[in-house]
Design a protein around this ligand. Structure first.
Ligand code: GLC
Ligand code: CA
Length: 553
């Protein structure tokens, strides 16, 4: 595939790196990460090979939901720096070729936001209708409540006015009313503001909640998403919306914009993510393979976003009760590892028992699955969690740069884990000097992933494989083929595959230097180590594999 084409739709094979400025690097020695600290680490991020940074909320906040409760959409949390620091960060990121997107949290505001203070001050305040009110709310379905440890309803009584306001999340996060054209205008202004400062797009928080329960009802709530996308495209043609849309596939597809790709550019694939964990728990390919087979093709130019962990709980809400229990038993058996009855508040390496081979295989899978990989800061070094911290904060610990921590010269605001995951054992500095480290593995995977745009762009096929622990898939584009195989079990596996159209081809392993020849009958035998993985490029025996990937015209 030609680079001129693939770079044009940059998001389709981006590597997105999510981080919270607050936990990444402290630049002024007060124990809290900030933009100055982050800016100083941009070469590290560029060196890792990621292409796009996703910043978690960095706006002024009372911090009752780790910044997802905003009091001003147009400035910077003073603990993290100033707008001046932000602009310097953006300039430096751009200089190193990194794009930046940010969380767009407009389903709700903090209850301390001036808009809400105004809104609740009287029933005829002009801001009243910026939120959703009811005299007689519908009874709640307790199963739908998002944070059942803290809330038991979507509605909270505002005592002064006697009306209830809607809050899809915590009661201190009243939902904005996008049924009101002024609210829609304001959201557009927020997008425009940050795009003017250089953002390439947004990770849209809680998308299904954003467009439901609005008043008055919109003829089609999806029109609002299409309007946002159109606005952004007018301002900057290559900007994107990456949506948090945890719904079944057929419904998720509608968020791309009914087959024509006019709404979200990318949606997180929560279904494949959850089935991947079930596959890991069972050491069986089938749950993940079936998700990939069921997954609808996104509209042209759109893409699924793949992830294994993020900043929230590892939600397992789309598995059956029995399946969820299997994952709990395998990866989070103790009640303090579980949360909300549906998820785990752990990071990947601890769940995989610190088994480096298995961890490496899991990430090889992430980078080679069709879709844009999104990683959560620290995954590249195998950061652990701190179960002492409250709720989801367990996974939001400071980045570990050096044996002594390296996050801050002061005592960090948040605790780092001890034991096997303490900074002395898990840190960037040591892994940079160790060729077998997870960090080096990430660099290799990212480099290969970027060299194999077929993975992101190609026609995908999950192949029939006679070994239950092995997932084999191939991606074809422009006459080039990449084949990927993963062994999910801890015993070696010899597999045999049929590769349609590849008789007499040579397969070169891009992670080692092994080669395998496909027979006349289109069959090939491939040995796999325990938790082994292979990324193979097909070429005619006399063509170097690198050349097989490029079409000259
Ligand atoms: C999203 C975020 C989560 C936050 C919630 C409310 O689900 O990922 O962290 O608590 O929205 O904003
Ligand atoms: Ca600081």
């Amino acid at each position: 595939m030609r680079l001129t084409q693939t770079s044009d739709l940059w998001w389709k094979n981006a590597v997105v790196y999510c981080l919270d400025v607050e936990t990444f690097k402290d630049g002024n020695d007060d124990g809290i990460g900030d933009f100055r600290g982050l800016t100083q680490q941009i070469d590290y991020l560029a060196g890792l090979g990621v292409t796009c940074l996703w910043l978690m909320p960095f706006f002024p906040t009372p911090n009752r939901d780790d910044g997802y409760d905003i009091t001003d959409f147009y400035s910077i949390d003073p603990r993290l720096g100033t707008l001046g620091d932000f602009v310097e960060f953006m300039r430096t990121a751009k200089d190193r070729g990194l794009r930046v997107i940010a969380d767009l949290v407009v389903n709700h505001t903090s209850d301390q936001h001036p808009w809400f203070k105004q809104a609740r001050s009287s029933k005829d305040n002009p801001f009243r209708d910026w939120y959703v009110w009811s005299d007689t709310p519908e009874p709640d379905d307790p199963k739908q409540v998002v944070f059942p440890d803290k809330e038991n309803s979507f509605w909270e009584l505002d005592k002064d006015s006697g009306q209830y306001y809607l809050h899809s999340f915590y009661k201190h996060q009243p939902d904005l009313n996008v049924g009101n054209p002024q609210v829609r205008d304001e959201i557009t202004r927020i997008l425009g503001f940050w795009m003017e400062l250089g953002l390439s797009g947004f990770r849209v928080d809680a998308v299904p909640f954003l467009i439901q329960n609005v008043s008055p009802k919109l003829p089609d709530p999806h029109d609002f998403l299409a309007d946002l996308r159109a606005f952004m495209s007018r301002r900057e043609g290559s900007s994107i919306l990456l949506g948090e849309v945890n719904v079944p596939y057929d419904e998720a597809l509608t968020y791309f914009g009914d087959g024509n790709g006019t709404e979200l550019t990318m949606c997180f694939d929560f279904i494949a993510m959850q089935r991947a964990w079930l596959s890991l728990a069972r050491s069986e390919a089938e749950p993940l393979a079936s998700a990939l087979r069921e997954r609808p093709k996104p509209p042209k130019d759109c893409q699924w976003a793949m992830f294994l962990r993020n900043h929230d709980e590892l939600t397992l809400d789309k598995l059956t009760d029995e399946e969820r229990q299997e994952v709990f038993d395998a990866f989070g058996p103790s009640p303090d590892m579980q949360i909300y009855g549906r998820g785990l508040r752990r990071r990947l390496p601890t769940m995989l028992g610190g088994d480096l081979r298995r961890i490496k295989m899991a990430y090889s899978l992430l980078f080679s699955l069709p879709g844009t990989p999104v990683i959560f800061y620290g995954e590249e070094i195998g950061l652990g969690e701190n179960l002492e911290a409250e709720g989801r904060m367990a996974v939001r610990i400071p980045m570990q740069w050096a044996p002594e921590g390296g996050f801050s010269k002061a005592e960090p605001d948040r605790e780092m884990p001890g034991g096997a995951y303490a900074p002395e054992r898990v840190n960037v500095a040591a892994q940079k000097r160790d060729g077998d480290s997870l960090l080096r593995w990430f660099q290799l995977l990212i480099e290969r992933y970027r060299e194999c745009p077929e993975l992101a762009w190609g026609e995908k096929r999950v192949l029939d494989c006679d070994h239950p622990a092995v997932l084999a898939h191939r991606c074809d584009a422009d006459g080039a083929t990449v084949l990927v195989v993963h062994n999910l079990s801890d015993t070696a596996a010899d597999i045999e595959l049929t590769l349609e159209g590849l008789a007499h081809c040579r397969l070169t392993d891009l992670l080692t230097d092994a080669v395998f020849d496909v027979g006349e009958d289109e069959r090939v035998e491939l040995p796999l180590d325990p938790h082994g993985s292979r990324w193979l490029r097909a070429s005619a025996p006399d063509v170097p594999p690198e050349d097989a990937s490029v079409k000259s015209q």
